[in-house]
Design a protein around this ligand. Structure first.
Ligand SMILES: Nc1nc2c(c(=O)[nH]1)N[C@H]1C(S)=C(S)[C@@H](COP(=O)(O)O)O[C@H]1N2
Ligand SMILES: [Mo]
Length: 432
């Protein structure tokens, strides 16, 4: 096994015992891990690129620096920037999101806990219970047999995408612009399943549960359990999905079964889905309360302390766009100072009515060509042919406007957890 094929950090984050077996050939007492033998030693030697004369001195839980130097890779993902390896969080650089439908290899990963290891798709069960007339437990095969199977392109964006641009810094993953994607998801409609279960009049909110575990290892704690109001849950575009881009879902994107609730913070789209509990009140699971996925209901000063009561749950995500071509830093030859700017735009539960491009710091704007979405809640593609008037430094800015005529701002008001940053994306271009 080469270090290209395995990812030790991911392995250790997911399942330390399995990682030990892979790296050391057996589960090692973590306090006395220093005795590499036989296959374990050979594996380690292959991974670092040579025999390790002093291997007996390697301490417990040791990951060789040679591996730490390698960029952290998530198998099946390509070109993602990893922000954190425990839990695994990775975003896609904007120029690698140029495809109209986001390939699985480029879809961001946002984990709050430890993903389940060795999932069994055939034995997987989903329970729908709570404020329903007929509680149900179904396998994925049952879902496919009982309900219409549909395929939709659905935009998914983390509520914290853009967090890194807040000043003062907000705690959490420092996402730049790439915690967003629009893959093609296949599954059954959440609304159909809820109708079949028969919502009682008392149904108010969904509550989502999955098979990932808390980072602390405490089985009584959940990494995350969020939900949405019934009115949003009944939207026809929400899927209980079992396929991503025509293949099984990537393990880090929630295989074998996940919710895709487009247009709202990605955290509503529960991965490794095992249970949907219908509640008679607003769900209060981990990451539903306090400051999580909530913003103050009034503008606050940067750094200001905001009382808990002033926070409101984030619902639809705001209008936003991403320039996927050119890559920031492009140099154009002055003999041919033209290029086609491309990208995508999306707007929570709304759609995009216009995208405008500026190369003069927002003084003047050029309307981009805009495609209709493939289906509601899919992102929309834009392109514009731009000519630069002379040599020098330019910034290409994109500004999307949604159907309600809300526009992306140049900068947005600060909020304590750094959510909802939909300020305009800018890329640098030099004409030389
Ligand atoms: N079970 C589970 N579901 C989850 C999460 C998680 O940590 N555990 N993270 C949520 C968050 S915060 C986001 S933004 C999306 C990200 O989906 P992705 O990793 O497939 O891109 O998954 C959501 N679903
Ligand atoms: Mo998220």
């Amino acid at each position: 096994m080469s270090k290209k094929e395995i990812d030790v950090f991911e392995l250790y984050a997911e399942d330390p015992e399995k990682a030990d077996r892979v790296v050391f050939g057996r589960v090692v007492n973590p306090n006395r891990r220093g005795f590499l033998k036989g296959a374990g030693l050979a594996t380690m030697a292959a991974m670092v690129g040579g025999f390790i004369p002093f291997h007996r001195n390697m301490p417990a839980g040791f990951i060789p620096a040679a591996l730490a130097e390698e960029p952290f890779r998530i198998s099946g993902k390509d070109g993602l920037t990893v922000l954190n390896d425990r839990p695994v969080n990775a975003e896609c650089p904007p120029h690698l999101l140029d495809d109209q439908v986001t390939p699985t290899s480029r879809h961001f990963v946002r984990n709050n806990g430890v993903p389940p290891a060795n999932v069994d798709a055939a034995g997987w069960k989903l329970t729908v219970d709570g404020e329903v007339k007929s509680p149900m437990t179904m396998t994925i095969e049952d879902l496919k047999k009982k309900f219409d199977v549909v395929t939709l392109q659905l935009q998914l964006e983390c509520g914290g995408n853009g967090r890194s641009f807040f000043d003062p810094k907000a705690k959490g993953n420092q996402w730049t612009v790439g915690a967003v994607g629009c893959s093609e998801w296949t599954g059954v409609r959440l609304a159909d399943v809820l109708k079949a279960a028969g919502l009682k009049d008392s149904a108010v909110y969904t509550a989502h549960y999955g098979a990932d575990t808390h980072l602390s290892g405490d089985p009584k704690k959940l990494p995350i359990s969020r939900g949405v109001p019934i009115s949003k849950a009944m939207d026809k575009d929400n899927l209980i999905a079992f396929a991503q881009n025509g293949a099984p879902i990537h393990p880090m994107n929630g295989a074998p079964l996940r919710l895709v609730i487009p247009g709202w913070p990605g955290s509503c789209s529960h991965k490794w889905l095992t249970r949907i509990w219908i509640r008679d009140q607003v769900h209060d699971g981990p990451k539903m309360t306090g400051k999580s996925y909530r913003v103050p209901e009034y503008p606050v000063e940067p750094g200001e302390k905001v009382p808990k009561e002033a926070f409101r749950i984030i619902e639809a995500m705001p209008v936003k766009s991403l320039i996927t071509y050119p890559k920031s830093g492009l140099q154009l030859q002055a003999a041919k100072p033209m290029l086609q700017v491309r990208g995508h735009a999306w707007a929570g539960d709304s759609s995009i009515r216009a995208v405008d491009i500026s190369i003069d710091f927002g003084a003047t704007w050029t309307k981009a060509n805009l495609r209709r979405p493939r289906n509601s809640h899919a992102w929309q593609h834009f392109s514009a042919d731009i000519t630069f008037p002379m040599k020098g430094y330019y910034e290409v800015w994109a500004r999307a406007t949604d159907e309600q005529r809300r526009m992306q701002p140049f900068a947005i008001a600060w909020n304590p957890k750094g959510y909802l940053n939909n300020s305009m994306h800018r890329v640098a271009v030099r004409v030389v």
